[in-house]
Ligand binder design. Sequence first.
Ligand code: BTN
Length: 308
Amino acid sequence: MQERRIQVLEALTEGPVAGPALADRLGVSRAAVWKHVEALREAGFDIAGGENGYELRSVPEFGPAVAFGLDAPVDVEYHDSIDSTNRRARELAARGRDGAVVVADEQTGGRGRLDRDWASPSGGVWLSVLLRPTVPAAHAPVYTLAAAVATTRAVREAGVEANIKWPNDVIVGGRKLAGILTEMEGEADRVDWLVVGIGLNANVDPGAVPAENTTSLHAECGGVDRRVLTQRLIEVLHDLHTDRDAILPAWREYADTLGRRVRVETGDRTVEGRAVDVEYPGTLDVDTGDSVVTVAAGDCEHLRPAGG
Ligand code: BTN
């Protein structure tokens, strides 16, 4: 959203403001104020114009409004519909951008891990964060963990008790609520850019996403305010990005995998045992009974309840 429109909204949150006073405050013409108000109304903001001036009555639950009230130094690019927010964020990366977040209500070509399709109907939170951390490429997985922590915390603040399944699925009661796809470019000693894509089944009908072992916030709690949820997710991710030491402790706190018996398919082998810890930048330690095996990546299956 244009910076000027955010300034208009900020002025209106303090109470009704007359058009001329708003124009003075922003240093623009009255006609410009009127245009901004019209554009905001079109974006779904309910702005009444009465005797006391313009009054902000309600803020839309999603859309460009995600940028309004967001407490993180990022530029939000919102799309009602796009093929893939990760694809768009990669495009922005190629143009040299940093600190951009691409958000969409619907994706028509969403991608998941292992190049799978990712169903992304209207009502979800589909977003990609473009980061340029000054770390070696081998450290990149920690940002995926950070995204899982940020998603889990935002979902918990919305009232749903989510957990993390290693490495980066956000689950509720064993069913997948959100997934993360991180893409990267760089050299061994330096990341050029990272795109962390988060797909969160928010206000979507569970029937609109693959049913097997999947859930949505609509199914869990009847739906959420996606604007607030998305803002919290972006804010927490930004904080963790600037404080990497906080990522693993938070991940452990939310982990559903630690303490469980797991089977991890790594591609060239299967590791089975008790998941005992996660280590920087995101490896899983599995106690097989004979030894503790450190797994860097793979598909993880929980075999039975913790302590069972
Ligand atoms: C997974 O397979 O679990 C990861 C799914 C990641 C989906 C998200 S939705 C936003 C972003 N854009 C994409 O095309 N994919 C990611």
